[in-house]
Design a protein around this ligand. Sequence first.
Ligand code: OSB
Ligand code: MG
Length: 369
Amino acid sequence: MKIESIELRRINMPYLAPFQTSFGVESANTHILICIQVDGLVGWGECVAGADPFYSAETTQTAWHVLRDFLIPSLIGKNISSVDESIAIGERVRGHNMAKAGLEFALWDLFAKQRGVSLAQMLGGMREKVAVGVSVGLQATPADLVKRVAGYLSEGYSRIKIKIEPGRDVELAAAVRKEFPHILLQVDANSAFSLDDIATMRQLDQYNLLLIEQPLACDDIFDHSKLQRELKTPICLDESIHTLSDANVALELGACRIINIKPGRVGGFTESKKIHDATQARHAPVWCGGMLESGIGRAGNVALASLPNFTLPGDISASDRYFHEDIVDPSFELNSDGTINVPTAPGIGVAVRMDRLEKVTTRREEFRA
Ligand code: OSB
Ligand code: MG
């Protein structure tokens, strides 16, 4: 297909409540949406770079720059017959995984729609619904956290992830565990600790957690391998994994036993699939992480999570956990068994509500061949 026009839109979708982690507070989704139109078909993608370079080096602005000045010019006007071809064209750009992933996403959607299959089918998914959980941000007090968790559990979520940071760690895990002795519970430190905090890690090890996510530095694998040897709880890496090679190194060194796959962080669905296949061969489970996406990014995550080795619940909550109103129709809803249905219509399988999208668009640029 000949790529004749690509449109970028920056959006601003306020969250129902600010989301606080060890690296900062996010109050709105300011992602870039990528829209590619070919032969009457429309492919959508979401680039998950955030407003600040606190979770990753990329930001909305760097992604806009790399898309506008490098990735889009190299693709526009070209005749592309597969997603792999577009990846090869973009390979000259080093890094900038989130920018690349956003563009690749729109192409996956487009090719799936052209073939008349769902994104999940095209990715090799095999589940009709995926198990999901909620990622709960830092709250003012442990009591507030327990209240939030209680609320999500009563909505039907069956796995809870709580954010921790130095000084607000064991106390939070203890408070939630005391109130809910049997729930699937995990913690995410977003790189806020070091090996000097081994005593804290050993204490966390006592709370029957599913996993401890990214306790140490965002660019570290070696120290995580030392820490994992000291813990019975599996370490799960998020920030440290950008490529298939990172995943192989981490598992080979014993730096983690579980990997959180976010398509944006690893450069797209193609790399996500490679990591999925490699981890499956090594008998290490994966789960789909989240970046507080709009319904477009959420559709991609749900489709990815339908692959066989996604055996742990994803950070994929229903639309109404994030927004007053999503931009897709139908929006994503939680089933009573703690799952979300995988869309079956072609491509991402949900329609973009253009009226709502117009209202949240804060910047727009169109590129033509
Ligand atoms: O570390 O998993 C993370 C959100 C933004 C940046 C990093 C992370 C998160 C989440 C939210 O935990 C997960 C979700 O989308 O619900
Ligand atoms: Mg994380």
